[in-house]
Ligand binder design. Structure first.
Ligand SMILES: Nc1ncnc2c1ncn2[C@@H]1O[C@H](COP(=O)(O)OP(=O)(O)OP(=O)(O)O)[C@@H](O)[C@H]1O
Length: 598
C-alpha cells in the first residue's frame, strides 16, 4: 500500500477535517490508492486529491468508501459516524465557494429535505391512523362505561333487594330459633317429669306384681298340686289367670280355639327390658348389635333390609326390640312397628304405613298365599319408599323354604348377619348382668360354672341360674359350685342340637302324667288351681328346655297371647325360690322329661 502524502499547510480547516476523516477511513481498507481506484473504477489521481484535501469528493464517493470499509470490518457504519461524515462533507462544500460545490451542497440538502419530508409524511399517515383508532377506541370505551354504569346501578338496586331479603330471612330464623329454644326448654322439663312419672309407674307395677303373686299363692292351697292327686281337685272358678287370659268357667277339653278378637299382641308391644343397654355384646353378636343400632339410628339408610339370623334363644328378639325402642326414642315422629311373623297377616295395607318395620321369627310366617302376597307387597312398598325393614329368623334367607323364591331373593338385598351362640366370655358376662339385675349375690366361679355347663342358648343360661339360686334360697345355703352341681344335675349339657315342638309335646305329656291330668286339659281352658299351676309349670319348662319362641309355646297350649308365657315363666321362677315343693316338682319333672327324651 503506497503511503499518502502529508496534507498541505494551505488547506482550509473544513477541507482538512474532511480529508483527515477520509484518510482514517481509507486506512481501514488496507489497500493502496491505485488498487482501490482500480476496484472502484475511480480515477487514481482524483482519489489522491480527495484524500489530500485538494479536491472535495461527491457524497456518493464518501458513502461508498464508508460502506467498503464497513464491509471489510464486518460491521455496518454507525449512524453517528455517517452523520459526522455528512456534516464534514457539507461544511467542506460550503467553505469551498465553487458553483459546482454549491450545486452539490444544495442537491444534497434537497435530498435530505426530501427524505425528511417523506419520513414526516409517513409519520403523519401513521399518526393519523393511530389517532382515528384511539378515537374509535375512546368512543367504544365511553359506550362501555355508560353501559357498565347503568348495569352497576341496576346491580346495586338488586343487591339491596337481596340483602333486604336475607335480612328478613335472618330475622325470621332468629325468631324461630328463639321460640324453638323455649320449646326445647319446656319439652326438657316435660320429659324430666315424664321420666319421673315412668319410674314411679314402673315401681308401682313391680309392687303390684309382687302383690299379685302373693295373692295367687294365698288363694291356692298351701302348696302346689300333688302329683296324681290333681284329679281330686275341684274344678273351681277362675283362678291363677295369667294377665290377659280370659276368666272362663271350667270347660271340657276343647280343640285349639280361634284367637279371641282384640287379643292379638298389639304390633309394637315391646319388652321394656330389651334395650341396647341391657344387651351384652361379645364376638358372637357384635356385628348384629352394631347393624341393628345403625338401622335404628339411620332408618332406611344404613342397611336395608337388615336380616339377622341365628339359633333360638341367642338374643334376636332382644335386638329387634332394642332397635325398635331406640328408633322410637330417636325418631318420635316415625312409625315404628314390631310384629312377630305369626301375627303378620293383617288387613291389606296393615303394615305399610310403618316407617320402620321389624318382623321377628320369619320362619314362622304362615304358609298361605294371602300372607305371602301381603308380606311381599309390604316389603316392596316399604323398601321402595326407603323405609327400614329389620327381619329375624333362625336360618338364612336361602333356607327359608316356607317362603317363595322371589321373596327369599329380596331378603338378601341388604345386609345379612349371623348371630353365633354366645361364647363363654359373653355367657359369663350375661350371668353377671342377670345376677346383678335380680339382686343375687352369686360368686363369680359359680357363674362361670353355670356358663360352662350351658353353652347354647341364653334363655337356657338364665334358666340354669334361676335353678341354682332358687335351690340355694330354699335350702338357706350359700351359692357355691357344689350346690350348683346338685341343682343342675338334671340339665344334661350335651344334648341334641335342637329342641322344637316335639320336645314341647313331650313336656306336656310328662307334666300331665306327673300331675295325673289329661294333656288336653293341660292345654285347655279350665282355670282350676291345679290345672293353672301345672300348666304354668309346663310353660316354664318349655321356656327353659326348648328352643321354641314364645308364640310357638303359646300355640302348644292353644293360646295366642305371649304375655301368658311371660307371666307363667316369671311366676314359676319366683315360686321355685320360695317353695320347695315347686322346686322339687320341677327338678323331678326335668329328670323324667330328659329320661323320656333319651
Ligand atoms: N346378648 C344378650 N345380652 C343380654 N341378654 C340377652 C342377650 N342375648 C339374649 N339375651 C336374653 O336371652 C333371652 C332369649 O333371647 P331372645 O328371645 O332375644 O332370643 P331369640 O334369638 O329371639 O330366640 P327365638 O329365636 O327363640 O325367639 C332373652 O331374655 C334375652 O334378653
Amino acid at each position: 500500500m503506497g503511503s499518502l502524502v502529508p496534507l498541505g499547510g494551505q488547506l482550509p480547516d473544513e477541507s482538512r477535517a474532511l480529508a483527515e476523516a477520509l484518510r482514517r477511513l481509507f486506512d481501514g481498507l488496507g489497500l493502496s490508492v491505485r488498487r482501490y481506484a482500480a476496484r472502484r473504477s475511480w480515477d487514481a489521481g482524483s482519489l489522491s486529491r480527495f484524500l489530500n484535501g485538494t479536491r472535495i469528493p461527491t457524497w456518493e464517493f464518501v458513502n461508498s468508501l464508508c460502506h467498503d470499509v464497513a464491509e471489510r470490518q464486518g460491521r455496518p457504519p454507525t449512524p453517528e459516524a455517517m452523520e459526522l461524515l455528512r456534516r464534514l462533507h457539507r461544511e467542506a462544500l460550503a467553505r469551498s465557494g465553487s458553483p459546482l460545490h454549491r450545486v452539490q451542497l444544495l442537491e444534497d440538502q434537497l435530498a435530505e429535505a426530501d427524505r425528511q419530508s417523506t419520513r414526516s409524511a409517513a409519520l403523519v399517515r401513521a399518526l393519523e391512523g393511530a389517532l382515528v383508532d384511539a378515537q374509535h377506541r375512546a368512543a367504544d370505551l365511553e359506550v362501555q362505561i355508560g353501559q357498565l354504569r347503568a348495569h352497576q346501578g341496576r346491580e346495586h338496586a338488586d343487591a339491596d333487594k337481596v340483602l333486604q331479603l336475607y335480612e328478613d330471612q335472618l330475622a325470621g330464623l332468629r325468631r324461630e330459633r328463639q321460640s324453638l329454644m323455649q320449646q326445647v326448654e319446656a319439652l326438657g322439663g316435660e320429659l324430666r317429669d315424664a321420666h319421673a312419672r315412668r319410674v314411679e309407674a314402673e315401681q308401682r307395677c313391680e309392687e303390684l306384681e309382687r302383690q299379685l303373686i302373693a295373692a295367687e299363692e294365698h288363694w291356692q292351697d298351701d302348696d302346689a298340686p300333688h302329683p296324681q292327686e290333681a284329679r281330686r281337685e275341684p274344678d273351681g272358678g277362675p283362678e291363677g289367670a295369667a294377665p290377659g287370659e280370659p276368666h272362663a268357667a271350667a270347660a271340657p277339653p276343647s280343640p285349639p280355639r280361634p284367637r279371641p278378637p282384640g287379643r292379638s299382641p298389639s304390633p309394637g308391644s315391646l319388652n321394656p327390658g330389651y334395650v341396647f343397654d341391657t344387651f351384652i355384646v361379645g364376638e358372637s353378636n357384635r356385628f348384629a348389635n352394631a347393624a341393628a343400632l345403625a338401622a335404628a339410628k339411620r332408618p332406611g339408610r344404613a342397611y336395608n333390609p337388615l336380616f339377622i339370623y341365628g339359633t333360638s334363644g341367642i338374643g334376636k328378639t332382644h335386638l329387634l326390640h332394642a332397635a325398635a325402642h331406640c328408633a322410637r326414642d330417636l325418631h318420635p315422629d316415625l312409625h315404628v312397628r314390631y310384629v312377630h311373623a305369626e301375627d303378620f297377616s293383617m288387613p291389606r295395607g296393615g303394615h305399610r304405613e310403618a316407617d320402620i318395620l321389624l318382623v321377628d321369627d320369619l320362619h314362622f310366617l304362615a304358609h298361605t298365599r294371602s300372607t305371602h302376597a301381603e308380606f311381599l307387597h309390604t316389603f316392596n312398598a316399604l323398601h321402595e319408599a326407603g323405609k327400614q325393614l329389620v327381619l329375624a329368623s333362625d336360618r338364612p334367607p336361602k333356607q327359608l323354604t316356607n317362603l317363595e323364591a322371589g321373596l327369599r331373593g329380596r331378603l338378601e338385598w341388604g345386609l345379612i348377619t349371623h348371630m353365633q351362640p354366645p361364647e363363654l366370655e359373653t355367657r359369663v358376662a350375661l350371668l353377671h348382668r342377670k345376677a346383678a339385675a335380680d339382686g343375687l349375690d352369686t360368686p363369680a366361679e359359680v357363674l362361670e360354672f353355670i356358663a360352662t355347663r350351658t353353652p347354647r342358648s341364653i334363655r337356657e343360661l338364665e334358666g340354669a341360674l334361676n335353678r341354682v339360686t332358687a335351690f340355694a334360697n330354699l335350702n338357706q345355703q350359700p351359692v357355691d359350685i357344689g350346690l350348683a352341681e346338685i341343682a343342675l344335675k338334671d340339665l344334661v349339657p350335651d344334648r341334641a342340637p335342637s329342641r322344637g315342638e316335639r320336645f314341647g309335646q313331650l313336656i306336656i305329656t310328662e307334666t300331665s302324667d306327673y300331675f295325673g291330668l289329661a294333656a288336653d286339659d293341660l292345654c285347655g281352658t279350665s282355670r282350676s288351681r291345679v290345672l293353672v299351676t301345672a300348666r304354668q309349670i309346663a310353660i316354664y319348662l318349655c321356656c327353659e328346655l326348648t328352643d321354641l319362641p314364645r308364640p310357638k309355646i303359646c300355640a302348644l297350649f292353644n293360646r295366642h297371647d305371649t304375655a301368658i308365657v311371660d307371666h307363667a315363666a316369671r311366676k314359676i321362677r319366683a315360686l321355685m325360690a320360695e317353695r320347695r315343693s315347686i322346686f322339687n316338682q320341677i327338678t323331678e319333672l326335668t329328670r323324667r322329661i330328659m329320661d323320656a327324651a333319651d
